[in-house]
Design a protein. Structure first.
Length: 450
């Protein structure tokens, strides 16, 4: 195994739809990717998308936007630490540790960009609506196309956004580098495969059927290992670091948010984060802090540092297996912090993710998203001349509310039923929490404009 050659290909600066990115001394292609993501409308909308507590009235609580920014900071540090050792081991020419950090940071920044309103409950709502609506039975969809809707996945929507929906006039959308797109894709497989794919990377899917060719080009450019020829691949090694950054931020930071909102006592949160931080906590500094919020912030920083150190050690220890596609587990699950991290996860499941305010609004989210999907699919189906669906005056009005980017090139619903339904899902999934609620209330007549 020629590690140097493998890493050089994995760090491909070839842009999807635009060829190899020109070198710049001031700003690398991977730093440009980060900036391109920051300036997208899809990224801005994360400010009003659920992290844990939907539609929170507190200005302290994290949103998907702040979570993504924090994850990108953690990812940059983790990538640089790993990159420094990889470069030293294999003498990679013209590569810096900052390149590793920039790739992971950009992927982390975009990792939640495809999440629909109401977080994971929103994904469940979209899946459930398509499974129960009977709509898919009216069309001759392939099993894989049908699975895209019935197993709807925010990760796949994210790849779709950065590679197609943002800057749609460009082939490849934002035309990000292959290294960043492959690192972004934690689940490099489609929704339907002919056999079970064991391991962490096989549990979900990372791209829809319409976008499969895009990912195949990314996989080829970065040299990803095939699991099913032309269909599914092993993870890009740096995707494991994105997973660590995401898990680190959402578990530790969700605990901090929960304590601020009163769902977990400061004492319990302090004990849990203290166990994670371990011996990295210096007694002198901790003893000088008396405000419970400041104590928790200190422990949060120390816990994140220990998790990164542990994850980097596991990655470097298993580098050969990762490059060979033989390692497919969470890095932190193989580290000394696995047990205290599991304790944090258990408390989060029991007291945070099932908190009454979160459950109430997430449950309402099923009604909101289901109603919006019903209204807009009826409109596009009627216009497309689907048998049994009559075009009413209301549907004509609804169609005018559907932005042109979610219609076919002629300004009419796409004649292909798979694309047509996917575009409605694009529209609904792209809404913020507040916008979805507002549109639902107006279209149902509960809140009329004055």
């Amino acid at each position: 195994m020629d590690h140097r050659q493998i890493w050089q290909q994995l760090l491909s600066a070839e842009r999807l739809g635009a060829g190899k990115a020109p070198r710049s001394r001031e700003r690398t292609a991977f730093q440009q990717d980060y900036d391109r993501i920051v300036f997208t409308s899809a990224f801005r909308r994360l400010k009003d998308k659920t992290q844990v507590f939907p539609l929170s009235k507190s200005d302290y609580v994290r949103t998907r936007l702040t979570h993504s920014l924090e994850a990108s900071c953690v990812g940059r540090s983790l990538g640089a630490v790993v990159g420094r050792e990889i470069i030293a081991r294999h003498q990679l020419p013209e590569v810096e540790s900052g390149d590793f950090g920039a790739i992971v940071a950009a992927a982390c920044l975009a990792h939640d960009i495809g999440n629909p309103p109401f977080g994971h409950a929103g994904e469940d709502a979209i899946r459930e609506w398509f499974r129960n609506s009977g709509l898919l039975d009216r069309h001759p969809l392939t099993p894989a196309q049908r699975a895209d809707f019935e197993c709807y996945e925010g990760n796949a929507q994210g790849f779709r956004i950065v590679s197609r929906l943002q800057t749609p006039a460009n082939p490849g959308g934002l035309q990000l580098t292959s290294a960043v797109l492959a690192t972004f894709t934690k689940y490099p497989r489609p929704s339907a495969v002919d056999r079970e794919l064991p391991g962490k990377s096989g549990k979900k899917f990372g791209f829809f059927q319409q976008d499969a060719a895009h990912f195949a080009r990314v996989a080829e450019a970065t040299g990803l290992i095939e699991r099913i020829p032309g269909t599914a691949w092993r993870r890009h090694p740096l995707a494991f670091l994105v997973e660590v950054a995401d898990d680190t931020c959402y578990l530790i930071v969700d605990m901090e948010d929960a304590a601020r909102l009163g769902f977990v006592s400061y004492k319990d949160a302090e004990c849990l984060l203290g166990d994670l931080a371990g011996t990295s906590v210096s007694g002198g500094r901790m003893e000088r802090l008396h405000d419970p919020k400041e104590r928790l912030e200190y422990l949060r920083a120390k816990a994140i540092g220990r998790l990164l150190e542990s994850a980097a050690a596991v990655f470097l220890e298993n580098e050969d297996a990762i490059l060979a596609g033989e390692f497919d587990d969470e890095l932190l699950a193989q580290s000394p912090v696995a047990i205290p991290l599991q304790a944090v996860l258990q408390v989060a499941k029991e007291t945070i993710y099932t908190a009454r305010p979160a459950l109430e609004i997430e449950t309402a989210g099923f009604e909101v998203l289901g109603a919006l999907l019903e209204l807009f699919t009826q409109a596009v189906e009627a216009r497309a001349g689907v048998p049994g669906v009559r075009f009413t005056t209301r549907e004509r009005m609804l169609l005018k509310l559907l932005p042109a980017q979610f219609l076919g090139h002629s300004g009419e619903p796409d004649p292909n039923p798979y694309i047509r339904l996917l575009q409605v899902a694009d529209f609904v999934a792209g809404m913020t929490d507040s916008y979805a609620v507002d549109m639902y209330r107006k279209l149902k007549g509960f809140d009329l404009p004055t």
